[in-house]
Design a protein around this ligand. Structure first.
Ligand code: FMN
Length: 312
C-alpha cells in the first residue's frame, strides 16, 4: 500500500508514541517490517521557538526508510513555520496529532481538542499541506472527543478535502483515553467516507486482533503502538516473516542508538522504560526491573544487560 508516492513495505505501521518512538525504536521497527514509523509528537510552537527538547527529537537514522514526523499544536501559523523550517526538510511525511488526550494539551486546544473544532482542524491541515510543498500530510485522530459526539467521519472528510494523504484512526474517543472498547464502527465509517488510505488503531497486538481490525473496519492498514514497545518483533509476526528474535542484541542496539545522539544521563533515563518493556515476561524480569530503575550510568545499564543475558 501507499501513502501518496511512498510505497510501504507493509500495512503495519508504528504511530507516534511520546516517550517511546525514538530514532532507535523506529529503526528496529523498520527492520522487523513496519511500513512507516513516526517520531514522538513534537510541538510546532516549540520547534519554532527552538526548545532544546524538540531538537533532539528531530534526530533520524540512516535505516529509516521513510522519515515521518508528528507535530502537535493549535495555531496554523506555527505548523506553517515549523514545516517550512530547514530542520524539517529531511522528513518525507508530516503527521498532525489530533488524538492526544492529556489535559494540558487539550486545555490548549491541541491534540484531541481539535476533534471538537472542525474548522480549526481543517485550517491546520490545509495550511500544513500547502507548507509541505508536495510532501504528504497525514492526520492521526480519534473516533471523536466524547461518546456523545463520535464525529471521526466528518473530520476525516474535512481532512481529505484539506489535502491529507492518509488517516490513522484510534477507535476511541478522548474521554476513553487508552482504555475501554474500540469503536470499530467509527473507523469503518471513516473508511466509507474517504478515498485516502485509512489505518485502524487500538489494541492490536497479534494476528488475531489484526484480522479483527481488518474485518470489522475494512481499513487499509493498522497502526500498532503499545504492542510494539519492547517488541519490534511484532511487525515480523504480523507480516509473516521468520526473522530471528534476538532480544539481547535488540536491547543493546536500542541503547547504543540512544547513546549515539543523547547525553548519557538522558539516554539512560529514556532507556529505562524501554528496557523494562523488553524484559517483561522473561525469567528474573522483576529483579532486572529493580536494577534498571536504580541505574545511573551507561556502565550500570551494560551490566544489567549482561545479567539479563545470563538469566534468560
Ligand atoms: C505512552 C503513550 C504515548 C503516546 N503518544 C502519542 C503521540 O505522541 N502521538 C499520538 O498521536 N498518539 C500517541 N499515543 C497514542 C498511540 O499512538 C495509539 O493511538 C494508542 O496507544 C492506541 O493504540 P495501541 O492500542 O496500539 O497502543 C500514545 C500512547 C501511549 C500509550
Amino acid at each position: 500500500m501507499k501513502i501518496a508516492k511512498y510505497e510501504l513495505n507493509s500495512p503495519f505501521i508504528l504511530p507516534a508514541i511520546a516517550g517511546f518512538s525514538d530514532m532507535p525504536m523506529r529503526e528496529l521497527c523498520y527492520r522487523y517490517g513496519a511500513g512507516v514509523c513516526f517520531t514522538e509528537m513534537i510541538s510546532a510552537k516549540g520547534l519554532v521557538y527552538g526548545s532544546d527538547n524538540s531538537g533532539l527529537m528531530l534526530v533520524t537514522g540512516e535505516k529509516e526508510k521513510i522519515k515521518a514526523i508528528q507535530l502537535f499544536g493549535s495555531d496554523p501559523s506555527f505548523f506553517e513555520r515549523a514545516i517550512t523550517d530547514e530542520r524539517l526538510k529531511k522528513f518525507d511525511i508530516i503527521d498532525i496529532n489530533m488524538g492526544c488526550p492529556v489535559p494540558k494539551i487539550v486545555k490548549n486546544g491541541e491534540g484531541s481538542a481539535l476533534m471538537n473544532n472542525p474548522q480549526l482542524a481543517y485550517n491546520i491541515i490545509k495550511t500544513s499541506v500547502e507548507a509541505a510543498q508536495g510532501r504528504p500530510v497525514t492526520v492521526k485522530m480519534r473516533a471523536g472527543f466524547s461518546l456523545d459526539n463520535i464525529n471521526a467521519s466528518i473530520i476525516a472528510e474535512l481532512a481529505e478535502k484539506a489535502g491529507a494523504s492518509s488517516l490513522i484512526v484510534h477507535g476511541r474517543v478522548r474521554e476513553q483515553y487508552y482504555g475501554g472498547d474500540i469503536l470499530f464502527s467509527a473507523i469503518r465509517d471513516v473508511k466509507n467516507s474517504v478515498g485516502i488510505p485509512v489505518f485502524g488503531n487500538g489494541n492490536v497486538h497479534d494476528i488475531k486482533t489484526a484480522s479483527d481490525m481488518f474485518e470489522k473496519t475494512r481499513c487499509d492498514g493498522i497502526a500498532i503502538a503499545r504492542a510494539a514497545i519492547g517488541n519490534p518483533f511484532i511487525f515480523a509476526e504480523l507480516t509473516g516473516q521468520t526473522l530471528e528474535k534476538d532480544i539481547s542484541r535488540t536491547i543493546k542496539e536500542h541503547f547504543e542508538g540512544l547513546l549515539s545522539y543523547l547525553p548519557e544521563q538522558v539516554a539512560v533515563n529514556n532507556f529505562k522504560k524501554h528496557f523494562i518493556s523488553y524484559v517483561k515476561g522473561y525469567k528474573g524480569s522483576k529483579n532486572i526491573k529493580n536494577l534498571i530503575t536504580a541505574s545511573c550510568s551507561k556502565e550500570d545499564v551494560a551490566n544489567i544487560i549482561s545479567k539479563f543475558e545470563l538469566l534468560k
